[in-house]
Design a protein. Sequence first.
Length: 254
Amino acid sequence: MAKPEETRLYDREAARQARVDLAAAYRLAVRFGFHEAIDNHFSLLLPGQDELMLLNPYPLHWTEVTAGNLLLADFEGNRLEGEHEVEPTALHIHAPLHEANPRGFRCVLHTHMPYASAIACRQGGRLEMVHQVSSRFDGDVAYLEDYNGLVLDRTEGNRIARVMGDKNVLFMANHGVITAGRTVAEAFDRLYFLERACKVQVLAEMGGHPLQRITHETAELLRRQRGEGENPAAELHFAALKRILDREEPDYAD
């Protein structure tokens, strides 16, 4: 573990807020059933830094994650702050994504949430444009077609980053999903609505009826109607969710 004096200088107040936001995302993931106990991982680049990231402390359950116990690590896995270990798959999935797109992928969220994972487990599974919520992801989804086991080296992490490219959502065959964003609010808003869209699709398919897809013309209309409205909405959504935590689980910010 690196000595404290070896860590880079950074804005402590901005870092504190980043920790609070990421800890909130972990607690909210538990509430919405997006988590798998101590597994899966969220990360956030430290404000003002492109090579230092906050991660969950392994092996704490996500209900135990707080702003103060999040890890700070570099892209080589050196732990700069925190008492627990950097989980290897977290390192090798998240570091290449942050490194490839430090501006767009400030926050990276990886889960095995059930409805999205169900689609990822289908042969040729795709998020279909069948609902108003689905349409917000039109043109912003990439698909990793082949499952190569646990991500325990940078080669596989680099492949994930290459396939994801500049898309904000990645479906990983036989595995799960990744969402990314410029802020925790943006990435979490995508995660939340992605699972909602996938749930609608799975339920719609259960009756064996053909899916009613949104036309290209309507998809274009929706894109124009939304404009740049999704980022402000994401911030408002996340702020509202944090207010719930402030009332019911205030220790997340400790």
